[in-house]
Each structure stands twice: as C-alpha cells, then as structure tokens.
Design a protein around this ligand. Structure first.
Ligand code: 5AD
Ligand code: FES
Length: 350
C-alpha cells in the first residue's frame, strides 16, 4: 500500500491519474500521506514558512465565475477600488513589518491600466520586496511590461483541471485558454502560481487527480489549494462546501509531486476549520498569506462567506500569522521566499 506514495517520490512522471485518484479516495492512506508530505517538506525546505502580505485592492470584476462572491452578476456587492496611493501606503506597512513579499490581488478590473500597474510595481519595488500579481487574465503584452517593471510572481489558479467542469463554471472562458496564460507567464520568467478548489459541485476524485498532475506537468512554482465555499449570492449558493481532509490530501500530494514548490496554507482552509491553516502547514504547506486589506474594504472582498480576519485590526494578521507559524512548530523565514529549485526540469510537460 505504501508503494504508490514512494512511486510519486521516485518516478513522479510514471504515476497515472488513476493511481492519484485511488490515493485520494483511499482513507486508509491519509496519515501516511500527511506525514510523508511533512517529511519531504522538511527535507527540502526545512521548517521555514514564508509570509506574503496580501492587499485586495479592488473587488470589481468583469468575470462571472459561478462560484465567486464578487462575480459581475452579484449586484449585492458594495464595490470598491483603492487608489494607487492607498495601495502604496499599505505596501509600506507590510514592508515595515519585515514581510518580504507583497501580493497585489483584485477581481479582473480593467480600470487599472497597464501603465497604472507598471507605475505601482516600480514604486513598491523600491521598498525592497518581492511583488506577486494576482489580477486575473490580461494581455500578454501587459504581463511583459509588468515583468520588466519588476513584478516577480503571478498567481493565476487553474481552478479545476477537469475541462468540462471548468467550462461549466466559467462562462466565456476555456481551460485551454487558462493554460496558455499560465504558460506565457512562465515563459516571461514569472514565478508562476496555479492551483484549484476542492469540493466543487460534480468534481470527482478523478477531477482532483487531474489537478495534481496538472500542476506537476506545468512545473508550477506555487500552488494554492483551498476548499470551495458556497456563497449565497452565487448560482452555487446551495451547494456543499469542500472537505477539510480532502483539501489536506490535495496539498500533501502536491508536495510529493513538487517537493520544492511554494504551497500556501490558504485562508479558505482557515475559514472552514479553526485549525485549517495549521493542519495545512503540517501536511506540506510552507507559505501563509496575512491579509493587509484596510477596512472597510476587507469585508467587501468576499469571494466566499465568513472569511476569517474580517473584524481584525488592519495590521493584526501580520503578528497573528507569525504566532500561528511558531505555535505550529515551524519558523518564520526572513527571506524573500523565491522557489529554491532542487532540480531543473528541461521543459514544462504541457
Ligand atoms: N470558495 C473558495 N474559493 C474561492 N475562490 C473564489 N471563489 C471561491 C469560493 N466560493 C478562489 C478561487 C480564486 C481565488 C482568488 O479564490 O480559486 O482563484
Ligand atoms: Fe488574520 Fe489571524 S491571520 S487574524
């Protein structure tokens, strides 16, 4: 029974989607999988955890993803946009707390032009931080300019690698086009983040296995995995939420396939379970993302309901995540937290 987990470590390229689906469905493997993932993480990355301070600077979105609380059709959202000055002020606070990565996230909001984002990147870069963009699909030319301006990383979850499910959840978008964007980001030299949700309606263990193999084949530098949480203002409002254990299994499997990737203990996991993020750190995750979105905006960036940290002080999450990491038995890194590649792959397998 232990054999197939060892096979992932020795011959990941030979593991089939059916084998991964079998691991996902087999509950007897859970404890072995979790402890092996922690072992692999400690072997390659030690006990370090990277903090990434996130600013959710706009909740306007031109998209209509069926699961997302800030989808364009949700008219019950109070929309906001932070000014470049406001964003920069928050970035300064993050840098002053010795957090070395600033994540700029928003809905897909074309209000922020290529030039506005480039100017913001140049300004924030002077704070001696790494910059991660998480602002959705834009023109390839924009990605290029922002990279030149100093952006280091780009997060764009693939959401689900089940093509049919992807099509149902994303009106007017296809999985293939999402893959093209991810490949382009890699070509431009971004550290590229993919990732997915667990527990989407009609998602099977085979769909989840495809998620694991997809990030492996892409050779993703970062992989964000969280449970799906139904938002009442969306067409999926009456669906079931994703499951804690299954999400932890996806995180662990991803760690076995990508021993050196940066994998966050996501806020969504912390939302469905009080120990969700701590458990993720013990199952292979090595990143945590304290929220630095100022009030009143923070509560309005509701991709899903009951998000944690909504009522905290504007800067509390910085201290809170440090304590969380230490209390879980890990150490907060003072480093920028670029991916430390343990081996070079000749090309992405897609
Ligand atoms: N539940 C959980 N995660 C969600 N996201 C969006 N909506 C939800 C939801 N209802 C995730 C998506 C997106 C990321 C920013 O948040 O995976 O890429
Ligand atoms: Fe936000 Fe703990 S991480 S309050």
């Amino acid at each position: 029974m232990f054999g197939v987990l060892q096979k992932i470590l020795r011959h990941p390229e030979a593991v089939t989607v059916e084998e991964v689906a079998w691991i996902i469905s087999n509950e007897e493997l859970n404890e072995q999988l979790f402890s092996l993932a922690d072992e692999v993480r400690r072997k390659y990355l030690g006990d370090e955890v990277f903090l990434r301070g996130i600013i959710e600077f706009s909740n306007y979105c031109r998209n209509d993803c069926l699961y997302c609380g800030i989808r364009a059709s949700n008219k019950n959202v109070e929309r906001y946009r932070m000014s470049l000055e406001e964003i920069y002020e928050r970035a300064k606070i993050i840098a002053s707390m010795n957090i070395k990565t600033i994540v700029l996230q928003s809905g897909e909001d074309p209000y922020y032009t290529k030039q506005m984002i480039a100017d913001l990147i140049e300004r924030i870069k002077k704070l001696n931080v790494a910059i991660t963009l998480s602002i959705g699909e834009r023109d390839f030319e924009e990605y290029r300019i922002w990279k030149e301006a100093g952006a280091d990383r780009y997060l764009m979850r693939h959401e689900t690698a089940d093509e049919e499910l992807y099509a149902r959840l994303h009106p007017n978008d296809s999985f293939q086009s999402r893959v093209e964007h991810l490949k382009q980001l890699k070509r431009l030299g971004y550290e590229t983040g993919a990732g997915s949700m667990v527990g989407l309606p009609d998602q099977t263990d085979l769909s989840l296995a495809k998620d694991v193999l997809f990030v492996y084949q892409l050779d993703a530098d970062m992989v964000g995995i969280g449970p799906f949480i139904p938002h009442p203002g969306t067409p999926l409002g009456n669906s079931k939420a994703g499951d804690l254990i299954k999400t932890l299994k996806l995180i662990s499997l991803t760690r076995l396939f990508l021993p050196d990737a940066n994998i966050p203990a996501t806020t969504a996991l912390g939302t469905i379970h009080p120990q969700g993020r701590q458990l993720a750190l013990k199952c292979g995750a090595n990143v945590i993302m304290p929220n630095f979105t100022p009030s009143p905006y923070r509560a309005q960036y509701a991709l899903y309901p009951n998000k944690i940290c909504i009522f905290e002080n504007d800067t509390a999450c910085g201290q809170c995540t440090r304590k969380l990491v230490e209390n879980t038995g890990y150490r907060v890194s003072e480093d920028f937290g670029y991916r430390r590649k343990i081996y070079e792959r000749s090309s992405c397998g897609l």
